[in-house]
Design a protein around this ligand. Structure first.
Ligand SMILES: [Zn+2]
Length: 480
């Protein structure tokens, strides 16, 4: 039997457990840092499989580390499970029209129920593979909540929990199958709090110092700043305290929330420092005081160039999930729920992705049945952000994207919530478990490759991981 066949057998043996786990987490649909039932369900499964457990790591109640030591315990094979849902994306399973579940607003619109259960399945299959084949290693699965919120992996990294992990193979539900070299950008969020002096705006305006004016001047300054930043950077803001509702009182307090994105973490930090200078200028102009507090930050994610070809080769060996005629029919039904303009955009996307095919024909069977090639020369970033980036600044990390939804499907949508409980989603999850397991057991037997991958990380982080968050920023468990 080949290693691939052995892995498939192990995954098939535990399939029912993983399907049930993914459906339970889908039903719980718990938001960031509140994933108590979801984390408990995963912990119970892993304990039963002989993993030891450390709960509440990095001061996050729903984060944990599950470990299984086989033989000498080296290398340390890491896995990252996510299990948080999103607000406003509730959707009934199996419904191809928008139809929220009564009594909840939450839904798994990013498929983290599949992500979590598939990763648990890979960790268990990897442990069994090591045991059955006389190999050594520690399987370390980290429960990492709140990926959709303020994250958890950067806090876990900051506390040193990732330090002895040798590599992470991860996955994310998608509409396409690939080990992509396209990165995710870094991000930092902060509250800027201005305080001034209240007074009667009509009879004693000269005594007032307006915090609201300061916030408005900060926004004007940042809007001028936009012309002088790199193309891929972003500056977002939202008022969280506009100072009150009375125009006849000079507002003595106001708070604005900023988020800054740029491809690399150092580019993001440089831009953030410029935003802070604008805030200082606004305070000076208005004779108010400004304090800021960093609330969240993720480093950029870029696939480890040494290990990505290993996972890419494994994904190509397995190929896409095997879709049935019924799956294609379901996919077609969902595709039809998109508005006309969105469908036109999807068609253009298909032309770019599959230049040799007729896009109309591609969309009559709208499930990805191939693997997009891995391109090591790729330097682009997509504009989203993920805390997997911070794992990648400590440990060689590669993510596979596996189809769990129809071609053109958008993440964070009610359609995606429905796909995450469908047969299509389950097939993608099982394929992902096979790909992560085979990549992990092969890499575990290549110590020189692991060393090379770790050297790549040291070159990237300058020798050690530096968390983009200041020490004072704690996981915002009840506030985010
Ligand atoms: Zn996600």
């Amino acid at each position: 039997m080949t290693d691939k066949e052995r892995v498939s057998l192990l995954v098939a043996e535990k399939k029912d457990m993983a399907v049930k786990l993914s459906k339970d987490i889908w039903n719980y649909a718990e938001l960031s840092y509140k994933e108590e039932k979801s984390a408990r369900a995963i912990i119970n499964v892993l304990k039963k499989e002989g993993f030891s457990m450390q709960e509440g790591i990095a001061e996050i109640p729903t984060a944990f580390l599950a470990k299984a030591v086989v033989g000498s315990g080296k290398p340390v094979i890491g896995f990252l499970a996510e299990y948080d849902a999103l607000d406003g994306l509730s959707q009934m399973a199996g419904q191809t029209e928008k139809c929220p579940v009564e009594g909840t607003r939450n839904g798994h619109g990013c498929g983290h129920n599949l992500l979590g259960a598939g990763t648990v399945l890979a960790a268990i299959a990897t442990k069994e593979y090591l045991e059955q084949n006389g190999l050594n290693g520690t399987v370390a699965l980290f429960g990492t909540p709140a990926e959709e919120g303020a994250g958890s992996k950067q806090f876990i990294a900051r506390d040193g929990w990732f330090d002895d992990v040798d590599f992470f193979y991860t996955w994310h539900p998608h509409s396409l199958n690939s080990v992509s070299a396209i990165g995710s950008v870094s991000i930092m969020g902060a509250n800027f709090r201005f305080s001034g002096t209240a007074s009667h705006a009509g009879s004693a305006p000269e005594q007032g110092r307006s915090a609201l004016d300061a916030v408005e001047l900060m926004n004007v300054g940042c809007n001028y700043l936009r012309e002088h930043i790199i193309d891929q950077a972003r500056i977002h803001y939202a008022y969280s305290d506009a100072g009150g509702t009375a125009p006849n009182v000079v507002q003595d307090h106001a708070t604005i929330k900023y988020e800054v994105r740029a491809p690399k973490v150092n580019q993001m930090q440089e831009l953030f420092a410029r935003v802070v200078n604008v805030a200082k200028g606004a305070a000076m102009m208005t004779d108010t005081k400004m304090e800021y507090e960093i609330t969240m930050a993720f480093s950029d994610y870029v696939a480890n160039r040494t290990l990505a070809p290993v996972m890419d080769a494994v994904l190509s060996e397995y190929g896409a999930p095997e879709w049935s005629e019924e799956d294609y029919e379901t996919a077609r039904k969902f595709l039809r729920t998109y508005p006309k303009t969105t469908l036109m955009g999807i068609k253009d996307e298909m032309k770019a992705l599959f230049p040799d095919s007729n896009p109309d024909e591609v969309l009559t069977r709208p499930l990805h049945d191939g693997i997009l090639p891995y391109d090591p020369k790729e330097t682009r970033y997509q504009s989203g952000s993920t805390d997997v980036g911070d794992a990648g600044y400590v440990v060689p990390t590669v993510t596979a994207y596996i189809a769990t939804a129809c071609l053109g499907n958008a993440g964070h949508s009610w359609q995606n919530t429905a796909f995450s409980a469908s047969e299509i989603g389950i097939k993608g999850m099982l394929r992902a478990a096979e790909v992560m397991t085979l990549s992990s057991v092969r890499t575990a037997q290549m110590p020189e490759l692991i060393e090379k991958a770790k050297r790549e990380v040291r070159e990237k982080n300058g020798g050690r991981y530096v968390c983009p968050l200041p020490d004072y920023t704690k996981p915002p468990i009840d506030t985010y």
